[in-house]
Write a protein that binds this ligand. Structure first.
Ligand code: ADP
Ligand code: MG
Length: 723
């Protein structure tokens, strides 16, 4: 499958005016790179030739076999080579404001094609008659003039120098790499700079991958892979390249995953050598506690994950476990169970939640659970009265408080524990890695349980949290009826309110969600204003409440308490209720401007209902005319309430970085690799890395070789070790 690269890649040619270049050369001295471009490159972390070669093309164009205009198939993507015509005339038409639309006609001897560029004002004056250019994009018939073929916003590259010199060999007659432009450096410019480097490249590229791995997977060396990935040979398959499945690309993807996973594996070994607090789990006692606490029978999944956690807690090194379960799957009770074990072993437990509302709710539930057993529960949020806070801190420091719930206020300096045995992070995706770490540092190697309702596909969980063991609650508590989700436009609101009123009259409760608190320029309905209207005009004889992030803590607490007690029947709110809030009697969720919310967010919001046995209804208000991603999100919501399916969809749309909201260390770790696209390679790399870590001496030797790579690599590796 692997072919030598020498046939196609630039090879240093004797006699050409070249200076030898090596990996450590600073980019600022390269030909074609002045101070401006050097600054733009450095901004992107590209300081040396080694860094530059790590900047791979994101796409390849076949410029050996251009499509002739006469052979274009409407609706398909083509690359064509043509020149600007005289007759067609290039014009700029100005729409409103600065939105210039640039029109140009081109021909290639077989036919004529029109191109339109929105925001194309910059092209004016640059596309002179006879200018040769490459267009890449989808060709279609002009909707108004079906005889005419056009491309709208194609990728454009002008060939040759501005003085009319011919196109060079980096632009046509080969498979051409397309780079993502950066800070004023066009794709074409990057290509020229990189080509210039490769032509004058003086051989040696250290290869830190163990040679067994190269052999086993028939991977090319690092040097070969880099040359090939930038300038592939003519006969490579363009489809394979664009799928990132040529051997060269696969090797480069593999190595990124491999080092990351190796760091995780070594870190896990280090963790296992750390002395923890082995807890004794007395079978009967836990089971008794379980019975005392639960008004219901735990599901099989809850029992299983609790057993996994209990087994971890008994070990002499600290537990690091991720508990994953869809919204409403019952993670809280599992966390309380784990807490019970710790408390019975004279340890303290900390539970950190991302919002004050959720922290307050956990505090109330924890009191119900632990108080009867004689244990004290404490709440730490910001904005409490000084004296109260001081007393709470004192009770935590002295060990008088066993279970401590809080927001990020928990990880502030003054909070000190006497003996923290278990640190729990709820809705972990809302926190950064460092926050998790700071909570852990409140004790001497406490056990750590992080929980998330973001249903991450297993492989991705491995990349992002590869150092954590994974437990999954894959079953909902019994008796839940599926949530009915509908998409309705705003003009149907009167009927929606009527429906909500009927549900409330039957004894149920509902949420009405708005994207903003107060009126803004964006012309979005605001919670405060709509609350006034709904309370005084629409739901006259019903009890309506308002909840948003800018209320004082006491107000939030009192609103939530009244909603929990059904004193408030309809709660008008913003996304402050997005995570965790648990009021099983609430069965209706109306979300206005639903197209303004992310998919993960919509799913979380919907998770506030469907928590009891009554049928629940989620009504998404958005124009029927919406298109693109927003439409896709709403359609996905209507199609499924399964969190894993939603997650898969969202990941495909937006990539992991966006999906997880808070950027995770896993993101920053890769430049070529994409965990979702490259799952199989990830699994492979993980297996190999963990196998290598079994032999620490050898593993450390491989890590030492990383030093030979660029600082960027070292930094990524360190990130993985710290995270
Ligand atoms: P999440 O996983 O989203 O944090 P919660 O822990 O808030 O979910 O639980 C959701 C709801 O389901 C709560 O009202 C909880 O009391 C209830 N619940 C949890 N486990 C069970 C069970 N085994 N049987 C019945 N209801 C349960
Ligand atoms: Mg929860």
């Amino acid at each position: 499958m692997w072919r030598s690269v020498e046939s196609a890649c630039p090879v240093p040619s004797a006699g050409s005016h070249y200076v030898t270049i090596s990996l450590t050369n600073p980019v600022k001295y390269l030909r074609g790179v002045g101070p401006h471009r050097a600054a733009a490159l450095e901004e992107r972390g590209i300081a040396t030739v080694g860094d530059l070669l790590g900047y791979l093309p994101f796409r390849y164009e076949d410029r050996i076999r251009f499509t002739r205009i006469a052979e274009i198939v409407p609706g398909q993507t083509h690359t064509i080579l043509a020149e600007v015509t005289s007759g067609g005339g290039s014009t700029v038409r100005f729409a409103r404001g600065r939105n210039a639309v640039f029109h140009v006609a081109v021909r290639d001897g077989s036919g004529m094609l029109h191109a339109r560029f929105f925001h194309g004002g910059y092209l004016q004056g640059r596309l002179k008659e006879g200018q040769r250019l490459v267009l890449h994009g989808k060709a279609d018939r002009d909707p108004y003039r079906p005889a005419r073929l056009e491309m709208v916003n194609p990728q454009i590259e002008m060939l040759g120098g501005s003085d009319g010199t011919a196109a060079d060999s980096t632009e046509v007659g080969r498979i051409v790499p397309i780079y993502e432009a950066m800070g004023g450096i066009s794709s074409r410019m990057l290509r020229r700079i990189i080509y210039g480097v490769l032509v004058n490249f003086e051989g040696n590229v250290p290869d830190p991958l163990p040679s067994e791995l190269l052999d086993r997977y028939h991977f090319p060396t690092r040097r070969e892979a880099l040359l090939y990935a930038h300038f592939p040979p003519k006969d490579e398959s363009i489809e394979l390249l664009n799928a990132f499945r040529s051997s060269a690309q696969m090797r480069l993807i593999f190595e990124e995953f491999f080092y990351y996973q190796l760091a995780l594996a070594l870190r896990r070994l280090r963790d296992h050598r750390t002395r923890g607090i082995p807890l004794r789990v007395r079978e009967g006692k836990v089971r008794d506690a379980l019975k005392r606490i639960l008004p219901f029978k735990p599901t099989a999944a809850q029992k299983r994950v609790l057993a996994e956690i209990a087994a971890d807690l008994e070990r002499p090194y600290p537990m690091h476990r991720l508990l994953e379960g869809d919204v409403g799957s019952g993670k809280t009770i599992v966390a309380f169970e784990a807490a019970t074990i710790a408390i019975e072993n004279d340890c303290q437990v900390a539970l950190m939640a991302p919002t004050e509302i959720l922290a307050a709710q956990h505090y109330l539930s924890a009191q119900r659970v632990f108080k009867p057993a004689g244990y004290a529960v404490e709440l730490i949020v910001s904005g409490r009265k000084r004296a109260e806070r001081a007393q709470a801190l004192e009770r935590i420091a002295s060990g008088a408080a066993q279970f401590v719930v809080g927001t990020h206020a928990l990880i502030e300096d003054p909070v000190a524990f006497k003996r923290l045995g278990l640190a729990i992070v709820d809705e972990q995706h809302r926190f950064g890695v460092l926050q998790r770490k700071r909570l852990m540092e409140k004790g001497a190697s406490p056990h750590v349980l992080v929980m998330t309702a973001t249903p991450i596909p297993r492989t991705l969980a491995l990349t992002l949290y590869g150092d954590l063991d994974l437990s999954v609650i894959d079953e909902m508590p019994p008796g839940r009826t599926p949530i009915d989700t509908r998409w309705t436009s705003e003009d149907k609101l009167p009927a929606v309110w009527e429906f909500l009123r009927r549900e409330v009259v039957r004894g149920r409760q509902g949420y009405v969600l708005y994207p903003v608190i107060e009126e803004s320029k964006q012309e979005l309905k605001a919670a405060t204003l709509e609350y006034e209207r709904l309370a005084t005009k629409v739901f006259l004889n019903l009890r309506v409440g308002l909840l948003h992030g800018r209320l004082k803590n006491e107000e939030k607490d009192s609103v939530m308490e009244r909603f929990r007690d059904n004193e408030i029947q309809i709660l008008v709110a913003t996304t402050v209720i997005e995570v965790g809030v648990d009021v099983p009697n609430a069965t209706v969720m109306v979300i206005e401007h639903a197209d303004r919310f992310g998919l993960a967010q919509l799913h979380q919001l919907r998770g506030r209902i469907g928590r009891g046995t009554e049928k629940s209804h989620c009504i998404l208000i958005a124009p029927k005319s919406i298109a693109g991603e927003a439409r896709g999100r709403i359609e996905a919501m209507v199609a499924t309430s399964n969190g894993f399916e939603i997650a898969e969809y969202d990941l495909k749309q937006r990539g992991p970085g966006e999906f997880f909201g808070t950027r995770q260390h896993g993101d920053a770790a890769f430049s070529v690799a994409q965990p979702l696209r490259d799952r199989e390679i990830l699994e492979l790399a993980r297996r190999e890395a963990f196998a290598l870590a079994e032999d620490p001496a050898k593993a450390n030797e491989v890590v030492a070789r990383l030093e030979s790579l660029s600082p960027a690599w070292r930094m990524r590796y360190q990130l993985a070790m710290v995270g």
